[in-house]
Write a protein that binds this ligand. Sequence first.
Ligand code: PFF
Length: 472
Amino acid sequence: MEKSSSRKRESWGSRFGFIMAAAGSAVGLGNIWRFPYLTGENGGGAFIFIYLIFVIVIGLSIMLAEFTLGRRTKLAAAGAYKNMDKRWTFAGVLGVLSSFMIMGFYPVVGGWATAYIFKSFTGLLSNPAAIGDAFGAFISNPIEPVIWMVIYLATNILIVVKGVASGIEKAGKILMPVLLVLMILIGLRSVTLEGAGAGLKFMFMPDWSKVQGSTFLAALGQAFFSLSLGMGAMITYGSYLDKKENLPSSALTVTILDTSVAILAGIAIIPALFAFGMEPNQGPGLVFIVLPQLFAQLGGIGVIFSAIFFIALMIAALTSSVSLLEVVVAYLMDQKGMARKKAVSLAGGSMIITSLLSSLSMGVMSGFTVLGVGVFDFFDILTDKIFLAIGGMLICIFIGWFVKKEDIKNELTNGGATKFALFDVWYNIVKYIIPIAIAFVAVFGILSIPFKGLMLFGLAVIVVLAIFSKKL
Ligand code: PFF
């Protein structure tokens, strides 16, 4: 990712630039679109509790592991593994595949967000009772959301062709804080609506009877997705880090930022949802239905709030999806020797096709299923419920069992210059606890969800990659 090398040259100094870049990748649709609806679908407080435990114990540790591996090798995902141990190339390539597949549905939702900027002005808010139906009609339309998806994806492509993301980065630096302030304002309005208390209770008073194996799998997948882990994005960011940076504190900052935005999004949406008397298990439409209803209540200024919110959401999504596209492009350039333009055309062109199929699976193609699920869900479930978690497990096994402990300690503490009192705790978590925990969650989770064929297919893909690793 040259993006990050350009970041280092920027005048704000490398630490702030790096944190903004990594946080830009982490904070995205995962926090604002996905986290609230997963919370709603998985029973509320208990899901949030399990999610937070996974973020602290597993997510934070893996982020540190990815930064360390990246900085040590100074290479992007696939190259980083390859450089250290050829047999492990497949773990990096699995990450590239995950990026590619996430880009098979992420642009669809990015397109929805983009469309809603304009819809804010064209009467969306004038009939609050119809907002839910309007969303359903919009996403199942065969043309309109496809056009927005293409606009969104083309923006990504343009940014990545240029090689440096300075424009979007600047926009992000202004709009991320805007997004944060806006979420706080929206949250304040949401919790003061009549009947909002039930939503806060739903979020923060765990009802353990709602917990199943699938709750753990959903929380684990979301932790990886939201923190951009398990697919090498953070390895790549780490590869541009200065040898002087304090890795543990960088990982902690990014994790806290990302988690705060997710919780804020929950507070903005879920209490309002209860106040409006809606069911929490609305699924992926949640943010696009509840927030416009809330904006509609604000009167004339609601339109402005709505437009600014969806602009900020789109930019947050862009800073994430650009990093996904760049992972694929960097692989094609570094490992397959392609020129940047060609790599972007190939990757971007393929993503237009996969995202097109995903978008259509919300409507005209809803009857078409692969291993029991529609195209959108196929990409979503495979990455979030299998590939990312296994990718995270692999980096832990690699670092814990295949790299010398001394080397890792040296890298992590900048050759002993910075102290990391918890090194041994972290190391043992990475070496033993995470691989075992992920294996448990994967087995119990897979047993408790309906699409077992899809899960087995995912595992088979990983095995095939491992077998053919030399060719990758
Ligand atoms: N973390 C992003 C989000 O929450 O929207 C999604 C994502 C970006 C996942 C980059 C993985 C990644 F490498």
